[in-house]
Ligand binder design. Sequence first.
Ligand code: PXL
Length: 289
Amino acid sequence: MKYPKILTIQDISCVGQCSLTAALPILSAMGAETCILPSAVLSTHTGGFTGYTFRDLTDDMPAIAAHWQKEGIRFDAVYTGYLGSARQIEYVLDIVRNLRQDGAPFIADPAMADGGKLYKGFDDAYVEAMKPLCFGADVILPNLTEACLLTGIPYREDYDDAYIRTLCETLHGNGAKTVVLTGVHLHEKYPAYPEHSDLTGVVIYDGETLRCYPHRRIDRSCHGTGDVFASVFTGAYVQGISPYQAAAFAAEFTVRSIEHTVDDPDHWYGVKFETQLPWLCETLGKELA
Ligand code: PXL
């Protein structure tokens, strides 16, 4: 098993089981040294809480990056998520360009929208600023809404395979080397789980092959699942696991985490992914054996 040094750049939502409070334990459990650059500090995430605090850390970034540069610190992978401002994305691009080891992958989760809508606080300027970051990534991990915003293709709830293919090809055509599109509704096309008539899947496209990993769909939207998925994907991918296998692994972990949460109506703000960390370590160990 490798011992990669990963830098992840996303916010600290102090309460809410998303962003860094998910990425850090997940990547550590997967055997990676996990360095963090907080993009902002919030008292909670913005999905369902009101009155949260928000401290943008954009102005701290250049000095942090300059210090790392001076110390000769380099990372074996950079993984970005929810960022603090459109202006911050310029600094993040510099870090991605200058602080990676040769050949180190850059994984971008746009983390800006879901269900056809931008998250609170983001606007068109933020989407524009995100484009060069996401299109320069080795792997991009959008949901359908983010894929639409990045490509300018109208968001639809009802779609077919051709629509999904066009989204993936357009993202790839703009420069993203591998596209991992999450939350794709598969209707009844995939018989792998006959007990679930309604399936969701992850679509993986590398410019040549488009593959789909179908998984169980739980009829409840949960906060932070995109971050949980992206963290497990990154932890697996940096171990040399293929994008398809890493996406399948991340989907299984995410679904298990949701399944361990849905019976608790008070736990509406996140998923109890911590309960699945032993499964994660054990399964990763077996994959790499
Ligand atoms: O899970 C994505 C996310 C991350 N960080 C913050 C958020 C959200 C989604 O709403 O509000 C602060």
